[in-house]
Design a protein around this ligand. Structure first.
Ligand SMILES: NC(=O)CC[C@H](N)C(=O)O
Length: 424
């Protein structure tokens, strides 16, 4: 059986294809040259499964999606209180590059707009600008789980046109918000924006935040759980700039966009998602990327305000039982079936395919099953049937009554494994 998840993601990609609204960022000349039609989606779970579709090998600059990761490093280096003296946590309601600082103090409103991100970069501990650049890149690499590099053309292009960011740097230096040379700091910030990533890297970086700061594949703790919570809170209220309120109501997950066309989203405890499409809307967020995120959030039941109880693995046991002389594969499920627990169940079944003709899903310990989990398991059951298995449900508590499989048929129900009418 093949997992239905990549097919689903491909369908999301296809269904948003006609959205050609917006324009590629043109204030950074190198970004203006981007092919506007490339598009990709990646999804990484806290258990470390990664699904990528579309132009998933395409590298692009991380841009403002770097901001939460540098902020996390500044928090780790200086502590939440010291960082808070220099950078606020209030949504600005303004564009990402707005020249606005708190009256009197000169403090940037939050670390997700350029001013706050430049200040956060300056708070990364280092003896020299070069060492700071190196530490930032190492830190992002730990989040991604591979060694990342810089898109030098993007860096040079933005450096030669970065007057607005330099202006912010000089202003904050005059207010004492940044201590170091503002030109060095702004160059370092532009360098961090030029780190080259794929949607796969970004999904894993986001999944590390979803996993309380532990990289799901390498197992490395990249940032502590408390700082992660802080970063996610700020992403929720400020990540989408002046569209943050609209984003929170419609998509409802902490997110961050970048002007190269990427958006990352984090569903705490479950998944990190990354989408990529270079055309931007008026806020500087990927127009098609937003459509993709809206679909994914809705379909996968990801909106924070509808989140169910924390999920544990859906599989309690996988065994072969003998019922009146015939072997039956039993997947015993438990808990609430939401996107991530169902993903782990399907992955388990893909990696350990049933070896018997009859396959039973024992639901007697399942509490609730979300709509997305129903759809995913209906499709998985259809594929199992195509592989020649007879799929039956053990559902004595009727958590899944009149369940329709992906092919429109209804599975056979039995009260217990021993009741299955084998040999039919
Ligand atoms: N929103 C963004 O991605 C902006 C990042 C870009 N490097 C800038 O500073 O203008």
């Amino acid at each position: 059986m093949r997992s239905p998840i990549p097919d689903y993601l491909t369908e999301v990609l296809d269904s948003t294809r006609e959205d050609a609204s917006g324009n590629v960022a043109d204030y950074i000349p190198e970004l203006a040259r981007a092919n506007p039609d490339v598009a990709a989606i990646a999804l990484a779970t806290v258990e470390g499964s990664v699904y990528c579709v579309g132009d998933a090998e395409q590298e692009f600059s991380i841009q403002s999606m770097s901001k939460p990761f540098t902020y996390a490093l500044a928090l780790a280096d200086r502590g939440i209180e010291a960082v808070g003296e220099r950078i606020g946590v209030e949504p600005s309601g303004e564009a990402f590059n707005e020249i606005s600082l708190e009256a009197g103090t000169g403090r940037p409103l939050n670390p997700m707009i350029n001013a706050g991100a430049i200040a956060a970069h300056s708070l990364v501990r280092a003896d020299s600008a070069a060492e700071r650049d190196r530490r930032v890149l190492e830190h992002y690499s730990a989040f991604a789980g591979r060694e990342l590099g810089i898109a030098e053309e993007v860096f040079e292009s933005e450096q030669s046109t970065g007057h607005r960011n330099l202006g912010l740097g000089h202003l904050m230096k005059s207010f004492g918000i940044i201590d170091d040379d503002p030109v060095d700091v702004v160059n370092g910030y532009i360098r961090q924006c030029s780190v080259a990533v794929t949607v796969r890297d970004l999904a894993l970086m986001a999944a590390t935040l979803a996993n309380s700061g532990v990289q799901p594949v390498t197992g490395q703790r990249v940032v502590d759980a408390y700082a992660t919570r802080h970063v996610l809170s700020v992403m929720t209220s400020c990540g989408m700039y002046d569209a943050a309120g609209d984003w929170l109501t419609t998509v409802g997950i902490p997110a961050k966009s970048g002007v190269a066309g990427g958006i990352i989203g984090v569903l705490p405890g479950q998944v990190g998602v990354a989408v990529f499409s270079p055309r931007l809307d008026a806020h500087g967020n990927s127009a098609r990327g937003i459509r993709m995120m809206e679909r994914i959030s809705r379909d996968l039941g990801m909106h924070l305000m509808e989140a169910t109880r924390p999920s544990r693995s859906a599989i309690r046991d996988h065994r072969v039982e003998t019922v009146r002389g015939e072997d039956v594969t039993v997947y015993e499920l438990q808990g609430d079936l939401v996107f991530v627990s169902t993903e782990s169940l399907i992955r388990h079944a893909v990696e350990n395919p049933p070896t018997t003709s009859v396959v039973a899903f024992d639901m007697h310990r399942v509490d609730e099953i979300s709509d997305v989990a129903k759809k995913m398991s209906a499709e998985a059951a259809r594929r199992m049937k195509l592989d020649g298995h007879r799929v039956v449900l053990i559902d004595p508590n009727e958590v899944l009554p009149s369940f329709e499989l992906g092919d429109g048929t209804t599975p056979e129900y039995f009260a217990s494994v021993a009741d299955i009418d084998v040999g039919r």
